[in-house]
Design a protein around this ligand. Structure first.
Ligand code: F6R
Length: 609
């Protein structure tokens, strides 16, 4: 949550580079944004920076621009963006402490504007820190926890140089935090404990970002900081150090594998649509290239005594599908928990347990906490994760990358089907049936292609027009497609803001059916499996009470008022069915004039508790 981006280098358009970097990170929060640059005085500060930041002769002036809302495209060419500068930091905010106001937007400064600071995380002891700093005469201008850090660094700077002050101030913070601090002489110090920070190493230029995806257009060489590490970035390069001792740490850069084109919108109006369309390829790639990795994880599961799958939101629904797949294909019980609850269920973990963590970002705090708790019990950790080098990736003993490419829309689409595909193959591999499973996955990829054809998409668009004025949409499924119902409802509500709920169809008569009124749209997943008869019977009961039944099924049935046909792909039905729901959610968002890429109140990476 919140995106940090920074630049130091030979180029003199640091503000513009940072604004572009922030735009690439906007999915991490878009309540407000802000950029601080060191405006060049006579000699560029970048050219004169010293190793520790104690250089006081060549000071520049820190200029800050901040606004509420998303970064408008026009701003990329504003007066501010062309200020001559070699060093800048910026922030895109998902508000935690303090309302969504310009004053609360980052960067924050000290009393004398000698530094600018951006922050991702929550300073749990900010109140006592603020009180103490105010008693020492510091003047606060915002309601944020972040501003306390800026004044704390200022206070420390009365005693020592820039980088030492950032280190000592950071050590006084409670909670999970990452900061980047820009000094008057154009250096940037960063410190990390919990929230992600990585550094891009270019040619005579360096980048700081909360997520490597923003660095990708500039360089593929990235250093990921670990908790308890900091860095000083200036014209001499990047120096990583231990935050506690100050000792230098040698880090080898990771080479990013994603292409620059993968993060561009191309011919699509929204990332959500682009990412939906990428799914058949993502599925096929896994079918063709993941045999060994899947085999390796299957062996780990067989060796373990107790396997647990954890994820949050959409990733949790993928894990839930996994538990059904393991049951029916591999006759293996897999425990499932949402990340935020897993901590209350760890009493059974032993060194023989295996925890499989599912996450697109690899930074979701509840997943990182789950993994930490499991590690404390010496359990083995495997992960299905999209982001190379992410915290989860680094913490895991066994890792499978989803290979979905960068997912920029705030809501998860292609990372979900990638997880489902890997879990399906994994279940087949457990049963020595990987060859058959792979064939099924190829069929699923083809079936997803069919859904993405023009005529089909037009039909979904028309359906969205028809039902978009409703306040409630319900979704039902059974067995393998019970999680599909949950995921479909989540997609609809988060991008269109229509209240949508997914239910296990068997629960209808236990209370849910009371919600049905004349014309209420109900999406019914009716695959050609053992759930078919029962789900049709549930749909019929809803129809008798006036519900408008939208069937997603390979079979036609008189109960459907509208049918969205899908191929019969057996156990792969959750992979295919969800594509229909994603498209419906997308078009509902457009009908309701919502931005499907950046739904209100959300951020892609939930890095605070
Ligand atoms: C919904 C969505 C979220 C994420 C969840 C976990 O569309 O995107 O529910 O799935 O926040 O995120 P990751 O997978 O990054 O751990």
């Amino acid at each position: 949550m919140c995106g940090i981006f920074g630049y130091i280098g030979a180029k003199n358009n640091a503000a513009k580079l940072v604004l572009e970097g922030l735009k690439a990170l906007e999915y991490r929060g878009y309540d407000s944004w802000g950029v601080a640059v060191v405006r060049e005085q006579r000699t560029p500060p970048y050219a004169k920076a010293s190793a520790d930041g104690a250089n006081s002769k060549q000071l520049g002036k820190i200029v800050i621009e901040k606004r509420v809302g998303k970064i408008g495209d026009s701003f990329l060419n504003s007066k501010f963006s062309i200020i001559n500068s070699n060093a800048a930091i910026g922030h895109t905010r998902w508000a935690t402490h303090g309302g969504v106001t310009q004053a609360n937007a980052h960067p924050h400064t000290d009393c004398n504007n000698t530094l600018a600071l951006v922050h991702n995380g929550i300073v749990e002891n900010w109140q006592p820190l603020k009180t103490q700093l105010m008693s020492l005469g510091h003047k606060f201008r915002s309601e944020t926890d972040t501003e306390a850090i800026a004044h704390l660094v200022e206070e420390e700077m009365k005693k020592r140089g820039f980088v030492g002050s950032v280190r000592d101030a950071f050590k006084k913070l409670a909670g999970l935090n990452a900061v980047a601090v820009l000094s008057l002489d154009g250096q940037i110090a960063v410190a990390k404990n919990g929230s992600p920070i990585c550094l891009g190493i270019g040619k005579k230029e360096y980048f700081i970002a909360s997520d490597a995806v923003a660095i990708l257009p500039h360089t593929k060489k990235v250093v990921f900081l670990e908790d308890g590490q900091g860095a000083l970035i200036n014209k001499g390069g990047v120096k990583v150090f231990d935050l506690n001792t100050g000792r230098p740490i040698v880090k080898r850069p990771t080479h990013l594998k994603w292409s620059v084109e993968a993060v561009e919108l191309g011919r699509y109006p929204h990332y959500m649509l682009k990412e939906i369309y990428e799914q058949p390829k993502v599925i096929l790639n896994i079918a063709e290239n993941y045999k060994d990795q899947i085999g390796g994880l299957a062996s780990l599961i067989k060796e373990s005594y107790g396997t647990y799958m954890v994820g949050c939101g959409t990733a949790a629904y993928a894990a839930l599908v996994g538990s059904y797949l393991f049951s029916r294909i591999a006759a293996r019980h897999v425990n499932f928990s949402v990340g935020s609850e897993f901590g209350y269920l760890t009493h059974f973990l032993t060194p023989k347990s295996l925890v499989i963590a599912l996450s697109q970002s690899g930074e979701t705090i509840d997943i990182i906490d789950s993994v930490r708790a499991a590690k404390e019990k010496s359990a083995k950790i495997a992960c299905l994760v999209n982001n190379l080098g992410s915290t989860l990736y680094r913490m895991s003993d066994y890792k499978i990358l989803l290979g979905a490419g960068p997912e920029k829309c705030v809501c998860a689409t292609k990372s979900y089907v990638a997880k489902l595909t890997i879990l399906l193959l994994l279940a087949y591999a457990m049963n020595d049936g990987l060859v058959g499973g792979t064939q099924l996955v190829r069929k699923a990829s083809q079936a997803a292609e069919e859904i993405l054809k023009k005529k089909y998409v037009e039909d979904i668009k028309k359906l969205a027009q028809k039902i978009s004025k409703h306040d409630h949409i319900y979704v039902i499924g059974r067995g393998l497609n019970y999680p599909t119902a949950l995921e479909a409802a989540l997609k609809i509500k988060e991008v269109s803001y229509i209240h949508a709920e997914g239910f296990a169809a068997g629960e209808l008569k236990h209370g849910v059916i009371a919600l049905i009124e004349k014309g209420t749209p109900v999406l019914v997943f009716a695959p050609n499996d053992e759930t078919y008869e029962a789900i049709i019977s549930g749909a019929t009961e809803i129809k008798s009470r006036g519900g408008f039944i939208i069937g997603v099924s390979p079979k036609s049935d008189p109960v459907f008022d509208v049918r969205l046909p899908v191929a019969d792909v057996g156990d792969a039905s959750p992979i295919v069915n969800v594509v229909v729901a994603q498209l419906l959610a997308y078009f509902l968002a457009l009908e309701r004039k919502a931005d499907p890429d950046k739904p209100r109140n959300l951020a892609k990476s939930v890095t605070v508790r």
